[in-house]
Write a protein that binds this ligand. Structure first.
Ligand SMILES: N[C@@H](CCC(=O)N[C@@H](CS)C(=O)NCC(=O)O)C(=O)O
Length: 233
């Protein structure tokens, strides 16, 4: 590969998934920061790649089949593409592959959205709505329980360390902000600490550290950009 993958990125759990995979694969990439608090996700050039105005997204300038660059949005689709194109962390055999893809989809459709809402109502919402806080904190707790039971008799969520683990791990990382206590989930805690210690993961989490900000520091302008979105504007 002579041209690195373009990674449209901001240091959030969905962004971390992709830096973790690229670091594990040792695939060269360059970061293109998408400052979601400033509205970079609405720039016309970015929307051509990511019409849902969300990062992460990638452009692979040298796909193995040749031809035009391939652009991809949605972190799960990006992980599947990178694993298939650059190897590792996704088995080829149908049964083993299905194990991984179901846990990847579980993260995409369950853990990510629910934990995201827990973060929102616990930390970003200015009105502290008890029903919403309890609803998403409890749902996170249930999902952590699903992972904990799954990890009772295995090291990783689906066979060997895979893109399913890499997708879930960044969403467990801010567990305290989701109102969770890992000591309630001993198998999940072991899994979490094992992955946390991997050199590629340590490196991946450092990427874009300088851009990180805390919910408490969010400006009114950023709040409007992130939480004032409708189809009309
Ligand atoms: N399902 C998408 C979710 C991506 C997503 O929600 N990204 C957030 C940051 S974690 C974002 O770009 N937000 C910008 C916005 O809300 O306008 C994925 O997994 O890629």
């Amino acid at each position: 590969m002579t041209t690195p993958i373009d990674l449209y990125y901001w240091p959030t759990p969905n962004g971390h998934k992709i830096t973790i995979l690229l670091e594990e694969q040792e695939v060269p990439y360059q970061i293109i920061p998408i400052n979601i608090s400033k509205g970079d996700q609405f720039e016309a050039d970015f929307l051509k790649i990511a019409p849902n105005n969300r990062m992460p997204a990638i452009v692979d300038h040298e796909p193995s089949g040749g031809g035009e660059p391939i652009s991809i949005f949605e972190s799960g689709a990006i992980m599947l593409y990178l694993a298939e194109e650059y190897g590792g962390f996704l088995p080829h055999e149908a049964r083993e592959k299905a194990e991984v893809t179901q846990w990847l989809m579980w993260q995409m459709g369950g853990l990510g959205p629910m934990a995201g809402q827990a973060h929102h109502f616990r930390h970003y919402a200015q009105d502290k709505i008890e029903y919403a806080i309890n609803r998403y904190t409890d749902e996170c707790n249930r999902l952590y329980g699903v992972m904990d039971r799954r990890l009772k008799d295995r090291d990783f969520l689906a066979g060997e360390y895979s893109i399913a683990d890499m997708a879930c791990w960044p969403w467990v990382k801010p567990y305290e902000r989701q109102g969770q206590d890992l000591s309630e989930f001993p198998n999940l805690k072991r899994w979490f600490e094992t992955i946390e210690a991997r050199p590629a993961v340590v490196k991946a989490i450092e990427v874009g550290k300088e851009y990180r900000s805390r919910p408490e520091d969010m400006t009114d302008e950023a709040r409007q950009i992130l939480f004032g979105q409708t189809a009309r504007k």
